[in-house]
Design a binder for this molecule. Structure first.
Ligand code: CTP
Length: 426
């Protein structure tokens, strides 16, 4: 019998394996991929390939309905491991029983996750191998939903998703757009490359992509003193800026990080200058900007500070207290307006109209690039570990999908390096 590989259905598998062999998982990230019965299941061989490319070992488990959309043999061919389908299969259980399989996984990803699978997971059912494994594992679980937009927006599905995310499951997608059924709306499974990128960090940005380039970067929140003990602040954790500093250093840049108060260790190879207020951050940046070729403003700088800061502690007297705030200097705009301006990258956190607001900021502040993210949404943003970015530059744009901040920082560094090189050669 011809295997899927021999018949050329999946010709691009770099580690072409005999369908009967099993890939060793020594030291590799072990991913248990659960496939349920939706049309998007046809994309799972591609997803397996993307995960394998990034160095993962993938064990596929299919629901009975999934086999109507993609064959176990196809998935066995690309993963190099026999696909598991049945809970009570004596032969498979004799090899690695379902509890051992649940323990084996470093991560569980359900892609595509149909409305039915999501409902079964939300209610803790264990009526097949896949749902049993999800109950039996302590590994993080990621769900990539795929279904008709009406089904996705149904209150029952929304409630099930809310239950699962509250329990700690991570949600990837769904994306919006044209659906297999001809309708438009949210419910498309994220593309395999985006899912793989979100699960596994990409290879480090090409070492040397920014070799020797002096980069000045701001990160973290600022604190604007009201009195000796109180301040006006914001919820920035500094995670994105610090991850970016580490990724830039990994790409060979000489990084100086001007950081507001963040509870994070200084990344290896990065020179850090710690400041507290926007005024201090402004002075620290202006003292160093002439020596940098790239300036990245990732800090959440307070736009206003109290007009007066009391040297002692403010005592309570009246029932109300009015604090007058005055504008802080805009560090990013000031750097971008310099005659000897470095390649300048800003960030924008928006609650609505993301692209229009960010494009406006790009033009208004005279930036070379802006990385925008939505805040106030269910996932991503200030204190989260994951984030997604829409990156804009004059005449171009790229979307970096939801992924852990270190992976996102690496992807952003690659893009900054590309645009920086283009601007230097232009
Ligand atoms: N920024 C800065 N100095 C400031 C304020 C902001 O360098 N005083 C930088 C941030 O680091 C970020 C970008 O500017 O890169 C954010 O732009 P900003 O216009 O401040 O964003 P918002 O405060 O969200 O703007 P607005 O209130 O106008 O929406």
């Amino acid at each position: 019998m011809a295997t899927a590989l021999q018949s050329g259905v999946f010709p691009a598998v770099s580690h072409a394996v005999n369908a009967a062999s099993t890939v060793s998982d020594d030291g590799m990230q072990k991913i248990l991929l659960g496939v349920s019965g939706g049309i998007a299941a046809y994309k799972t061989p591609e997803l397996v390939r993307r995960l394998v490319e990034r160095g993962a070992c993938v064990q596929v488990v299919m629901t009975a309905a999934a086999a109507a959309f993609v064959t176990p043999l196809s998935l066995q061919s690309v993963s190099g491991r026999p696909v598991r389908t049945a809970l009570l299969a004596p032969e498979a259980e004799a090899g690695m029983d379902h509890i051992a399989l649940a323990r084996w996984a470093d991560q569980v990803v359900l892609a595509p996750a149909t409305a039915h699978l999501i409902a079964r997971l939300a209610h803790g059912l264990a009526d097949d191998l896949l749902t049993t494994l999800v109950l039996a594992t302590s590994a993080p679980v990621t769900i990539a939903p795929a279904m008709n937009q009406q089904m996705w927006q149904h209150p029952a599905t929304m409630a099930n998703i809310a239950m699962l995310t509250e329990r700690g499951c991570r949600l990837l997608g769904p994306a919006s757009g044209e659906q297999a059924c001809g309708e438009q709306g949210p419910g498309r499974m994220l593309e395999p490359a985006a899912i793989a990128a979100a699960l596994l960090a990409p290879p480090p940005a090409a070492a040397g992509a920014l070799a020797g380039v002096p980069v000045l970067l701001t990160a973290g929140p600022t604190r604007e003193a009201i009195d000796a003990v109180r301040y006006v602040g914001n919820r920035s954790s500094g995670k994105m800026g610090y991850a970016l500093a580490a990724a830039l250093a990994g790409a060979g840049a000489r990084v100086t990080l001007v950081s507001g108060p963040a509870q994070l260790p200084c990344p290896t190879g990065v020179q850090r200058v710690v400041v507290e207020s926007a005024a201090e951050m402004h002075d620290a940046v202006m003292a160093r900007v002439a020596d940098c070729a790239l300036f990245i403003a990732a800090a959440a700088v307070a736009d206003y500070r109290p007009a007066q800061s009391l040297p002692g502690k403010l005592k309570k007297h009246a029932d109300t207290l009015t604090i007058q705030l005055v504008r802080n200097p805009d560090i990013l705009a000031e750097v971008a307006a310099r005659p000897d301006k470095p390649f300048t990258v800003g960030f924008a956190a928006e609650t609505e109209g993301l692209e229009a607001a960010a494009r406006d900021k790009l033009g208004r502040k005279g930036l070379d690039m802006i990385a925008a993210n939505e805040v106030g949404a269910a996932a991503g943003g200030f204190e989260a570990d994951d984030n997604a970015l829409l990156v804009l530059w004059p005449g171009g744009r790229r979307t970096l999908p939801m992924m852990p901040k270190p992976a996102l920082a690496t992807a952003l560094t690659q893009l900054i390096a590309e645009r920086y090189a283009a601007s230097a050669s232009g």
